[in-house]
Design a protein around this ligand. Structure first.
Ligand code: AMP
Ligand code: MG
Length: 324
């Protein structure tokens, strides 16, 4: 059952009182607070264990509100907003005066998007303002894609959870910086590079590391408890044997569906990349719950949603230094 009017009103009351509401979006569940309330935003950082210098995404109800939250909105931003909102695209723009520096991690830019989820949009409309919302997980861990994931991870640290069912996209938004001379992808996500290039009419640079501080780009982000090890597809079965003294979980790509793999847990991956993206964080969580201490995975081709999936797998496999 989707949340009714009463639950939406409860959530609005919590936001107005400076509290935290977990909200469903099409990407992942967000941990939302009033974007204009520095104390409320401060609670997001303490709850997640996230360094306060890491900026949050401001969620608004529609592109027509863009000028309320950002200054000097360029034509490119309007074009991308028109084409992709509501949807999994975040635009980095010049900070409007309404957005406190606490929300932007001290930056003079602000990240903004319109989520494509009926419950999130209903909440934003009823609230009448914007919410700042990073993913509703502890810093460095895997983003939640169901309300149950949020409850298990954050418990009573979140004041209210709106359950909007499982997230349809399953990986975070694509972040595009439109403050420079040419748009730059800061993080691959739910909107593909190919779709962005088609909308813009030109090729896009996707830098390996961003000049701007982007916590989603820290090596240890999106990591389950188990150690994620990336291997070549032809080595998967042999690697599972090599780790035989561990509890091994294996994400098996469709091309290897018929291969016998000795492991504690085996997850056959869907052939469709949208299905894979939707399931990815849930698979990692499930393997953790099954007690795996090593997860073996291969990288998909980095086209379409494969770019975002490969990015999350690489980061899940990255060094854990500094992880909270
Ligand atoms: P998450 O914690 O997964 O919601 O990630 C939010 C993402 O938005 C992070 O990768 C942030 O770095 C990014 N972000 C937010 N504001 C800005 C900004 N002003 N400039 C660049 N990236 C930003
Ligand atoms: Mg996150």
């Amino acid at each position: 059952m989707p949340p009714g009017t009463e639950e939406i009103q409860n959530a609005v009351d919590v936001l107005r009182a400076g509290g935290l509401v977990a909200i469903p979006t099409e990407t992942v569940y967000g941990l939302a607070a009033d974007a204009e309330n520095p104390r409320a935003v401060g609670r997001i950082f303490t709850t997640k264990g996230r360094p306060p210098s890491h900026p949050l995404i401001v969620h608004i109800a529609g592109a027509e509100q863009l000028a309320d939250w950002a200054d000097d909105v360029p034509e490119t931003a309007r074009l991308l907003a028109e084409r992709f909102w509501p949807g999994p695209l975040t635009l980095v723009l010049r900070r409007g005066r309404r957005v406190p520096l606490e929300t932007t991690g001290g930056l003079e830019t602000v990240a903004i998007r319109v989520p494509d989820h009926p419950v999130a949009l209903e909440l934003l409309t009823a609230f009448g303002r914007a919410v700042a919302a990073p993913s509703a997980n502890r810093f460095g861990s895997v983003s939640p894609t169901t309300a149950e994931h949020v409850r298990l991870e954050l418990g009573d640290d979140v004041d209210f959870v709106l359950d909007g069912g499982p997230c349809g996209v399953g990986v975070e938004s694509t972040i595009v910086d439109v403050t420079g001379p040419a748009p730059t992808v800061l993080r691959p996500g739910g909107v593909t590079r190919e779709d962005l290039e088609a909308a813009l009419g030109h090729a896009l640079a996707v830098p390996a590391s961003s000049p701007v501080r982007v916590p989603g780009q820290h090596p240890s982000h999106y990591a389950p408890r188990a150690r994620v090890v990336l291997v070549e597809p032809q080595d998967l079965a042999a690697e599972a044997v090599r780790y035989a003294d561990h509890k091994v979980g294996v994400l098996v790509p469709p091309a290897l569906a018929g291969t016998a793999i000795e492991a504690h847990a085996v997850v056959p991956l869907p052939a469709d990349l949208a299905d894979y993206a939707r399931g990815l964080f849930g698979y990692l969580r499930d393997l953790d719950h099954q007690g795996c201490d090593v997860i073996l995975a291969t990288l998909p081709e980095e086209q379409g949603l494969g770019l975002a999936i490969a990015n999350r797998l690489r980061r899940a496999a990255g060094p854990r230094t500094g992880e909270a």
